[in-house]
Design a protein around this ligand. Structure first.
Ligand SMILES: *[C@@H]1O[C@H](CO)[C@@H](O)[C@H](O)[C@H]1NC(C)=O
Ligand SMILES: *[C@@H]1O[C@H](CO)[C@@H](O)[C@H](O)[C@H]1NC(C)=O
Ligand SMILES: *[C@@H]1O[C@H](CO)[C@@H](O)[C@H](O)[C@H]1NC(C)=O
Ligand SMILES: *[C@@H]1O[C@H](CO)[C@@H](O)[C@H](O)[C@H]1NC(C)=O
Length: 689
């Protein structure tokens, strides 16, 4: 029946309208095209025929194609499968079938149903007559196309069997081989789900199914597997079935910091120009000097370059001034015995000279005839020795000497840049600094600058500007990701987009136990990420979350991107930003030690401890005249109290406990800003006597 393995198909368009005006039919052409472009070269569509919604006409045409010598392998009908009075295709086809094929019907309905509930409004039938498979598709071009696509890969096998091919031979390779030949997924539930997904996604199921009903659903599109064990609530289960307690274990701050160190990606090495842009970067190479500093023998005083006697003779005498050496580049005449050269500080010694006599040790003897220049100068010093007042070549930096080590940071003070510049380095290897995206989440959040008053429930976004400026202050580039709304699709889209642009995403808001906490489920269930911790035993900042998401970078390599989700209330957000995000950014960019510097301070007043959790208390740290560094609280420490951060320059590390620490107790402080000076008048220089 089939030549060279090519299967013959015919398409019957059932439509009274199209039977009168064939130009109104779109389905015939679209279905033909599906066979040609997606049929893997296995199909030949021999005919497309249009008939009216008439049982007898349908039946006569179908049997003409199934009974007799020229029977085809497959008949596809389109149209007449709905509930209207005129819809009669199933009634026409069913009596013709020798065998029913409910599996094909089920497959088509399931595929359509994943797209729209209106799939249930179609009444497809499928089966075998003689050696021909017959399948009825809906009338809408889009619905017909989707239905055909959902079964197309399996049809060749069904047709071969119906045409009488030896079933033993067909199944010789087992189900796996059949699946492979058909190009469909594995037989496990998981794999066939993913097949369904790919299939549906590939033809844009979100644009309406074409039954004349629109259904603007926005299903999250999965591109990755759900990570091993998502702990987060499934948002689709609704508030009544969410977990009443957080599934994330409560970690200590130290354990949380260990996980951050472990899971923050290692720094990448890049080349960078030696200029101000290097400040805050860490060197990824040992830098050796390729030039000596100074590069020539130079005078360290204003005076006269001389040839000092090496035989113990007196250096005194009156000498002609043969030439002048300024600290400007150029050739200098060699110095001959019995002559001297006037020389300025930093200028190169003339060849032949071996010492410099300070101008203070000389007297001008005679002038040139025009009176403008020195002719002869008397050296008063008796015992000028070789090498006096000279900076030797390489006395600051020798060629080949390591001037800066891998891991050293280029500070804003300028010392490191100065060194690199002095040896003529134009480029160095450094660790790439991560780019950070800052996002706020929540339907209640409005731009901080929005004019007009707030509506009930609205909150101005103070976290994004605060976090952004802190990160810029640390010397990192920030991308403003705006405000994401509390809708699963919106948040996922924002995060996916951000993961393409930045290395670290910092979100704030939406991390408590609230019903609308979509972030954890989105990270775990939609982005295939891992939540390394979701709760930390500390005050404030308990719900801080740290996650990584695997993505492909521009070169196709798998890299991890980092997501920090900070609490929504402003004080907690800033405290956890300093405590957790900064160390991660430091690991990312090779800065060591990572995190805020820790110093020991003395309490200026008594402090009540929190009985349950260690507290990071906002404080002002001041250095007094006697060198003692003291700390005082910035006042009310409630985590929503924005004012408690004003002028704070440190976080005091207070242990959990029932007692009150007395005034004078020593505790650790993490410095967020400069230590304040407690001095009111200038420090006098110590008396040198
Ligand atoms: C098929 O349908 C057409 C159009 O309705 C009709 O003219 C024709 O006779 C039918 N073919 C057969 C073989 O009955
Ligand atoms: C197809 O089936 C019909 C009805 O069952 C029968 O009359 C006819 O002979 C068959 N034709 C072939 C070629 O098998
Ligand atoms: C998804 O899971 C399958 C089967 O476990 C695995 O082969 C595949 O690599 C996973 N894909 C991703 C993106 O992790
Ligand atoms: C609630 O948490 C438990 C323990 O982590 C987990 O087994 C269960 O699946 C969670 N329930 C829901 C609805 O997420």
């Amino acid at each position: 029946m089939s030549d060279a393995g090519i299967l013959k198909a015919k398409i019957l368009v059932v439509s009274t309208t199209a039977s009168k005006d064939p130009s109104t039919d779109a389905s015939g052409g679209i279905l033909t095209n599906v066979f040609e472009t997606e049929g893997a070269g296995k199909w030949k569509v021999e005919e497309v025929k249009i008939v009216g919604d008439d049982v007898l006409e349908i039946q006569r045409n179908v049997t003409a194609w199934t009974d007799g010598e020229n029977a085809v392998n497959l008949i596809i009908s389109t149209g007449g499968t709905g509930f209207a009075v005129s819809d009669t295709t199933p009634e026409a086809i069913t009596p013709l079938l020798h065998k029913q094929a409910p599996g094909l019907v089920h497959g088509m309905l399931a595929a359509s149903l994943a797209v729209t509930p209106f799939a249930l409004m179609s009444r497809p039938v499928a089966g075998v007559r003689n050696k021909t498979i017959i399948v009825t598709l809906p009338g809408s071009p889009k619905g017909a196309k989707e239905n055909l696509q959902s079964i197309l890969k399996l049809l060749p096998h069904a047709c071969s069997q119906a045409a009488g091919a030896d079933s033993r031979a067909l199944h010789a390779g087992g189900i796996k081989k059949l699946e492979k030949d058909a190009g469909v997924g594995g037989s496990s539930t998981k794999a066939s789900n993913s097949h369904n997904h790919n299939h549906l996604h590939s033809h844009g199921h979100s644009h309406g199914h074409g039954h004349g009903h629109s259904h603007g659903h926005s299903m999250p599109v999965r591109h990755t597997n759900v990570s091993e064990n998502p702990k987060s609530n499934d948002p689709s289960l609704g508030p009544s079935r969410r977990n009443r307690s957080s599934p994330y274990p409560m970690l200590s701050v130290d354990d949380a910091l260990k996980l951050i160190e472990e899971h923050t990606p290692s720094p990448q090495v890049i080349k960078a120009k030696v200029d101000g842009g290097l400040v805050g970067s860490v060197l990824a190479e040992d830098v050796t000097a390729t030039e000596a500093v100074p590069a020539y023998r130079a005078s360290i005083v204003d005076g006269y370059a001389v040839i000092a006697p090496t035989d113990g003779a007196s250096s005194k005498g009156t000498f002609p001034v043969a030439s002048i050496s300024h600290a400007t580049p150029g050739e200098i005449e060699p110095l001959e015995a019995g002559q001297i050269t006037r020389i300025t500080t930093g200028a190169p010694l003339p060849p032949g000279a071996n010492s410099v006599v300070m101008v203070e040790d000389t007297v001008l003897k005679t002038l040139t005839d025009d009176g403008a220049e020195e002719k002869e100068v008397e050296i008063l010093a008796e015992d000028v020795k070789e090498g006096e007042n000279i900076r030797e070549i390489g006395s600051d930096i020798k060629t080949g000497e390591v001037i800066l080590k891998k891991g050293e940071e280029i500070s804003a003070v300028g010392g490191e840049l100065g060194l690199l510049a002095s040896v003529g380095r134009a480029e160095v290897s450094i660790f790439k600094k991560p780019v950070i995206g800052v996002l706020s989440t929540g339907d209640e959040i409005v731009e901080h600058s929005r004019p007009g008053g707030l509506k009930l429930g609205e909150v101005r976004d103070c976290n994004r500007p605060t976090i952004t400026s802190a990160i810029r202050g640390w010397g990192f580039d920030v991308v403003d990701l705006g405000i994401a709304r509390d809708k699963p699709g919106a948040l996922e889209e924002t995060l996916r987009d951000a993961l393409r642009k930045v290395d670290v995403i910092i979100t704030s808001g939406g991390v408590s136990m609230g019903e609308l906490d979509l972030l954890k489920p989105t990270i775990e269930r939609s982005l295939g990420g891992t939540i390394h911790f979701g709760r930390v035993s500390m005050k404030p900042g308990k719900p801080t979350t740290f996650a990584t998401v695997p993505v492909k970078d521009n070169s196709g390599n798998r890299v991890n991107k980092v997501i920090f989700s900070l609490p929504g209330n402003p004080v907690s957000a800033v405290v956890t930003l300093h405590l957790f995000v900064l160390p991660s950014l430091h690991h990312f960019s090779g800065v060591s030690p990572a995190g805020l510097p820790r110093i020991s301070v003395v309490l200026e007043h008594e402090f009540r401890l929190d009985p349950q959790r260690p507290e990071y208390h906002r404080a002002i740290v001041t250095m007094n005249r006697n060198g003692l560094v003291t700390a005082s609280s910035t006042g009310g420490q409630r985590s929503s109290k924005v004012g408690s951060l004003k002028s704070a320059n440190a976080l005091l590390c207070m242990p959990a406990g029932k007692e009150t620490l007395p005034h004078g107790t020593r505790v650790d402080a993490l410095l967020m800003g400069h230590i304040r000076s407690g001095l009111t008048d200038p420090i006098p220089f110590p008396n040198p006597n």
